[in-house]
Design a protein. Structure first.
Length: 185
């Protein structure tokens, strides 16, 4: 193998690509090293073993999800923003299954980057809800409820948990309609 200069971002990005292509279970140091054209031992300078690598993937994946949701909300407000963010959440989960699976990793501690990214997601929902007149603790409760419902749908969709022949798009739109109605009542 030819020697190549590595940094943490390069290692994590390679692992993210593998996670989305093959599933997070297939992300191993040897596999990432092979993709990067280096020895596995070279990765230990950048991540703390396979669990450290998977945790780094979780941090970046959750930040990527937060960015995708924020981008979907740009120049939108109210129910339009809420619908756009729900659609972006689902699209991220479908387009990036390996990353999405890692967004569910719990933070290691209160300084973990996952805390910041998860907070950014909640804060985005809270900002959108403020535009609908929902504030304070009710906004946080509503944000958590919406995120939980959308996550539940995409998690079931990811495992082909919807076995009825009716298409998932219609059902997802129905879910979003219910969430918007509940938030605006």
């Amino acid at each position: 193998m030819t020697r190549r200069r590595l940094d943490r971002d390069t290692v994590v990005t390679s692992a993210i690509v593998l996670a989305d292509e093959l599933g997070i279970e297939e992300v191993a140091l040897g596999r990432v090293a092979e993709e990067l054209g280096v020895q596995s031992s070279a990765l230990y300078n950048h991540v703390d073993g396979v669990e450290g690598l998977r945790h780094a993937v979780a941090g970046q994946a959750t930040a990527n999800l937060a960015d995708a949701l924020r981008d979907a909300a740009v120049a939108r407000a109210g129910t339009d923003a809420l619908r756009a963010v729900a659609q972006a959440y689902r699209r991220f989960a479908l387009d990036h299954p390996g990353q999405y699976a890692r967004t569910l990793l719990p933070p290691a501690n209160s300084e973990d980057s996952l805390v910041v990214s998860h907070r950014a997601i909640t804060d985005l929902f809270v900002q959108i809800l403020a535009g609908l007149g929902i504030e304070g603790e009710t906004a946080i409760d509503t944000a958590r409820t919406i995120r939980s419902a959308v996550h539940g749908f995409v998690a079931l969709e990811a495992i082909d948990g919807f076995t009825h022949p009716q298409g998932n798009d219609r059902s997802f739109e129905h879910l979003v309609d219910i969430l918007v109605q509940a938030a605006t009542r």
